[in-house]
Design a protein around this ligand. Sequence first.
Ligand SMILES: CC(C)(COP(=O)(O)OP(=O)(O)OC[C@H]1O[C@@H](n2cnc3c(N)ncnc32)[C@H](O)[C@@H]1OP(=O)(O)O)[C@@H](O)C(=O)NCCC(=O)NCCS
Length: 175
Amino acid sequence: MGAPESVELIDLEGSDRERAVPVVIDSFVGIYRWHAKRTLRQVSHVRAAVVGSELAAVAMLERLDAALGYVYYIAVRRPFRRRGLAARLLDDALDRFRRGGVRVVWAAAEADNTGSIALFRSRGFRTVSKQEPGYLEGGLGARGYRSKMWIVSGEVLLGLRLAPEPSPDPGLPDD
Ligand SMILES: CC(C)(COP(=O)(O)OP(=O)(O)OC[C@H]1O[C@@H](n2cnc3c(N)ncnc32)[C@H](O)[C@@H]1OP(=O)(O)O)[C@@H](O)C(=O)NCCC(=O)NCCS
């Protein structure tokens, strides 16, 4: 048996983000490839998994609001798939969102992307309908945020609640 594989998670900033372009090219085609490359350069936080000396996987993360996190893309180079790298990046993202006070996290996936949907479901995400109550009412509805997330036809929205909404401030008691 070989030595266990060492995986390091790192932040990618500035021009270092170009190191993740091969992951994007290996993972997306057409308009998604274009959009994922653009997002890689513009998104607020990029986390990557390095295996040995190779950049094998990437997660692109955004805060839509103080309480709202969004996983734009998670992608893994083909030779590194089904080794738990996406799950590791997602766990790391959820940890950071949780520590940063995020209460709801969303992600979008093409309806036929069974691998991606299974990945998010394995971490407790569920499908969110358009009619669902918004996050402030305790639901996972994303009205007003769907366009920020660039959700297009043929995609499903997945959501996970990390923390309940705070109870309303009872204010000062009346005299
Ligand atoms: C989807 C993707 C990110 C998964 O990456 P990965 O590193 O292979 O996933 P992991 O090994 O961490 O899998 C974690 C869990 O996700 C699910 N999963 C991942 N890939 C799957 C597949 N092809 N089919 C079914 N379930 C899958 C499984 O539940 C898996 O747990 P298990 O291996 O114990 O069964 C990868 O296939 C990919 O880069 N695809 C192209 C880009 C993409 O579609 N990204 C998602 C949209 S943003």
